[in-house]
Design a protein around this ligand. Sequence first.
Ligand SMILES: Cc1cc2nc3c(=O)[nH]c(=O)nc-3n(C[C@H](O)[C@H](O)[C@H](O)COP(=O)(O)O)c2cc1C
Length: 221
Amino acid sequence: MKKTMAFLLSCVLMGGMAACQAAPENGASMPQDSAAASQKDESSQPLPASQEEQDTPESAHHILVAYFSATHTTEQVAKRLAQGMGADLYEIVPEEPYTEEDLDYSDTGSRTSIEQNDPQARPAIAGEVWPLDSYDVVFVGYPIWWGEAPKILATFLERYEWTGKTVIPFCTSGSSGIAGSVETLQPLAEGATWLEGRRWEKNATGEELLAWVEELGVLNG
Ligand SMILES: Cc1cc2nc3c(=O)[nH]c(=O)nc-3n(C[C@H](O)[C@H](O)[C@H](O)COP(=O)(O)O)c2cc1C
């Protein structure tokens, strides 16, 4: 919270979030070769869904909500979204967790500053590869870091073969929109149909999220 406030304050002082987005010199530049390797790690095992998700009355198990969240904001939205749809939930967990120092956007030498400035950065994901075969719709959630998705999203997208799947991005942020990050991510999931993404506040209600899902028309796939 302290960090978010400090971030927002620094944004106000810098004349708006556009200034914050511009921090990395080359953060928007990503490799175009998706490689689309299909689950390179053969020992794929699904992680257990929480009891909450299992108990939900509705069921949309052809839908996965995959998310990365460094400070639990996106996580809250992802959980509400998955629960509302009765979809499965997968957390993209970094092998090396992000510390407070790592997340220091005011330090050009911090881990996130370095990663976001490096087009080749692919932070490792912990655990086994979550199998995507049974899902035809994948919501992908993340925080905005300097106007972009964290590089671990590139690691995630490049793990899979996306042909025939529908991808729907969503994010949380101090105020930045989702558009720039989607432009960067799309080439990493070639063959997928991308529906319009959306930025959410952490207190977005289940009703609001479900109304969005209904607009998208993906529930009865
Ligand atoms: C390294 C870093 C860079 C950030 N860059 C931006 C930004 O460019 N624009 C913005 O609105 N918020 C930015 N934020 C704020 C986060 O997007 C916001 O707090 C988000 O909701 C955190 O999500 P999480 O708790 O799921 O990690 C940044 C935060 C961090 C740690």
